[in-house]
Design a protein around this ligand. Structure first.
Ligand code: FES
Length: 100
């Protein structure tokens, strides 16, 4: 599985950074201190951007129709879970394993 790498400092603490992985895949990367979560940015309801939603440290709310998803588990308040991607943090470098 390929990896993306970026410095921890590029992700705002308590916030999110959006990564364009390919034409079809964007990953929203959330940070709380040294905990990092990476989820598919596309809301399964109608394609809203989670990176633009409100984030409380656990739940991000889709800005379009308020679907809520736990960024640490990918579980939402309706429907199928949102894809999550494995993250490792070493020496202030964040690595995210992305699908081929
Ligand atoms: S597109 Fe996200 S809740 Fe509708």
């Amino acid at each position: 599985m390929p990896e993306l790498a970026l410095p921890l400092s590029e992700i705002p603490d308590g916030g999110c950074k959006l990564l364009q992985v390919s034409e079809r895949l964007k990953i929203a990367v959330f940070r709380v201190g040294e905990r990092i979560a990476a989820i598919n940015n596309r809301c399964p309801h109608a394609g809203g951007s989670f990176a633009e939603g409100e984030f409380d440290g656990t739940i991000v709310k889709c800005p379009m129709h308020s679907f809520r998803v736990n960024v640490w588990t990918g579980k939402g308040n309706a429907g199928k879970p949102v894809a999550t991607y494995p993250v490792t943090l070493t020496a202030d470098q964040v690595r995210i394993a992305v699908p081929d």
